[in-house]
Design a protein around this ligand. Sequence first.
Ligand code: MN
Length: 253
Amino acid sequence: MLDAVIILVSNDDGVNSQGIHALAAAAESLGEVYVVAPDREQSAASHSLTLHRPLRVEELSPRRFAVDGTPTDCVNLAVCGLLPERPGLVLSGINKGANLGDDITYSGTVSAAMEGTLFGIPSIAVSLVAGDAYDFGPAAACAAALARRVLQAPLAEHTLLNVNVPAVPRAEITGCYVTRQGKRRFSDAFVEKRDPRGKKYYWIGGGELGFVNEPGTDFAAIHAGAISITPIHLDLTHVPSLDALGHLALEWP
Ligand code: MN
């Protein structure tokens, strides 16, 4: 039995989102679940940490807390003292929308898992690829199955799992692949408008963005209707450049 382990569940869609309820419910069979999540949507909050104002925590019900901060704040507070003991697993999600390729650098969902990983806790980020309908069932089942495995066989150091699940009925999911992080085709589109006082304002990220359909990537798996599991490593060093950029090491002083 794994019932002694504490499982921390967070997200970036907010403590009241449907996806976090589904994830917390799915994790109940694996341990003692604590939900510590932002009190409102914090999508695209990245890995930001609140350092210039106090954070307030509201206990909504037993083992369920709302924080007026970012996903990273939530995991940090939870691990550093809100929970009765250190969690054995951090689950983040289930995000309403994909976290694929370069987009993960903006993702609050993935950042919550990064924070867990920085504390040395096995962490999994789970996202449902946006569709018209949001059935979190298959993604929740997938998260629970992966969490069970990760609790039994830990991940490599500094490594989290970024999981994306197609938003289709379970029987329509075509497979499940371990993938590498793919690449976006960024568009330079943005929306410029004028407010009622004639002043310009802008919206970033208007329109559908494409992706590079390279085999073996998270994008390719999702495009093929399959679940994508990407191991993400937090050491961002580009190792080949260590030698290739040796000439940059200045003679100093
Ligand atoms: Mn989100």
